[in-house]
Ligand binder design. Structure first.
Ligand SMILES: Cc1ncc(COP(=O)(O)O)c(C=O)c1O
Length: 430
């Protein structure tokens, strides 16, 4: 007779074997783990919200504190990493993560601020072409930003914001539906704003054909990459997106409220005719300190900067990018695909009929994150999440009923994934 525990024992064996063979496993030791109330290390599956702190971060931040302490203002040029060009040192690695040239990216501000700056330049409504298309369940900040930009142009969201949602009974947006909608709206659209990975469902959109259809209709395309950068493979330059914005505190592990980033396609690098909000850090750096009254923007993404960047906020990003450089995004992605599939299988094995993963199963259509709907009443589902947290598994809950768990390839193991599924099953039973 087959032992009911047998498949679970096989899962444990498989987790151990996969961890032992994982060429990236050693990176986990480079991160700090929070401590639970009982002093134990929790299973941290929340990189989609706030990534863990790398141990090297304190060295990077300490370096800037030391240089500031010892050099004062001279640190702008004499610091070990001169502050005057600190942000530029981030560009090469950021460009690699998003599939762009270094001149197409810049680390600056935070995501929503960058989204506004981009829309000032790239949302240019004209008679008849004055609508924006976005997805219905977009992260609220994006919708607030868009509605306020529409108002700035004397337009209202009710008429000029068009929201697309998945078909009835489906969780993800189909590529063909996005393309058809874009092509049917055509001339009415001035801007399409889409996420790389949808924050609630974890769906990774198939960006290339969608961007291509918008470009055929001469519609500007912007992307919110909050849940994509450092998670999925991106090729923004070749895909021809007009602009993209991101934050660095999720998969990039750069700390709460860390400096964000922005991509502006090369074809706009010299569009000095575009309206833009200006600040001295976007001014031609050769003449910035001549302190002239006229703004002369730099070519490329840097021309959209406003202020000199926060070095203390950029230092953890620098530490993180150094880790990404060593790990390699391709290798991380390969592990991520296997790890997330393993977590999904473990959940299905341990909670048969009790939990529905609403994230697409196709690895091309998702990143690390799994979004899970627990069966039962909303109260039972929320209680289950509370018990899971008490058991030392850190995920998060998004109203009304979504549990998000993201095994991240830099610091999570297959054993983490299995133990999380086991804890979820115990929580669902009690
Ligand atoms: C998809 C998405 N867009 C925008 C934001 C807002 O980011 P910020 O507060 O850095 O502007 C977030 C924050 O989590 C997000 O997840």
């Amino acid at each position: 007779m087959r032992d009911a525990a047998e498949p679970h024992a096989r899962d444990a064996e498989e987790a151990h074997a996969r961890d032992a063979a994982d060429p990236l496993a050693h990176f986990a030791a480079e991160f700090h783990y929070p401590r639970g109330v009982d002093g134990r290390r929790p299973i941290y599956l929340c990189g989609h919200s706030l990534g863990l702190q790398a141990k090297s971060v304190s060295t990077y931040v300490e370096q800037e504190l030391t240089d500031w302490r010892q050099l004062g203002v001279l640190g702008h040029h004499a610091a070990r990493n001169p502050w005057i060009g600190y942000h530029e040192a981030l560009s090469e690695q950021l460009a690699e993560l998003v599939g762009a040239a270094p001149a197409e990216v810049v680390a600056m501000n935070s995501l929503t601020v960058n989204l506004h700056l981009m829309m000032v330049s790239f949302f240019r409504p004209a008679a008849g072409r004055d609508c924006i298309l976005m997805e219905k369940s977009a992260f609220p900040s994006d919708r607030y930003a868009i509605a306020s930009q529409l108002r700035m142009h004397g337009l209202d969201a009710e008429t000029h914001l068009i929201e697309i949602e998945p078909r009835r009974g489906e969780h993800g947006l189909r590529t063909e539906d996005l393309v058809t909608r874009i092509e049917s709206l055509g001339e009415r659209l001035a801007l399409v704003l889409l996420p790389g990975v949808q924050y609630l469902t974890g769906q990774a959109l198939e960006l290339e054909p969608v961007i291509a259809s918008a470009r055929r209709c001469r519609i500007t395309v912007g992307l919110d990459l909050a849940h994509s950068i450092g998670n999925t493979l991106l090729n923004l330059h070749d895909w021809n997106a007009d602009f993209a914005v991101w934050c660095s505190y999720k998969y990039l592990n750069a700390g709460p409220g860390a400096i964000g980033g922005c991509f502006v396609h090369e074809r706009h690098a010299h569009r000095f005719d575009l309206p833009r909000f200006a600040g001295w850090w976007g001014h031609d750096k050769e003449t910035r300190f001549l302190m002239g009254p006229e703004f002369k923007p730099m070519a490329g993404a840097q021309g959209w900067q406003l202020s000199n960047p926060s070095i203390l906020s950029a230092a953890p990003l620098r530490a993180s990018l150094e880790i990404f450089r060593r790990a390699g995004l391709q290798r991380l992605r390969a592990k991520s695909i296997a790890l997330t599939a393993f977590l999904q299988r473990a959940i299905e094995n341990h909670l048969p009929g009790r939990a529905d993963v609403i994230t697409p199963t196709d690895p091309e259509a998702r990143g690390c994150q799994l979004s899970i709907r627990l069966r039962g009443t909303p109260l039972q589902a929320k209680r289950c999440f509370a018990l899971l947290t008490e058991a030392g598994v850190i995920g998060d809950w998004r109203e009304p009923d979504i549990l998000r768990l993201a095994p991240t390839p830099l610091y999570n193991s297959y054993t983490d994934a299995l133990q999380a599924a086991e804890a979820l099953a115990r929580a669902a039973r009690s």
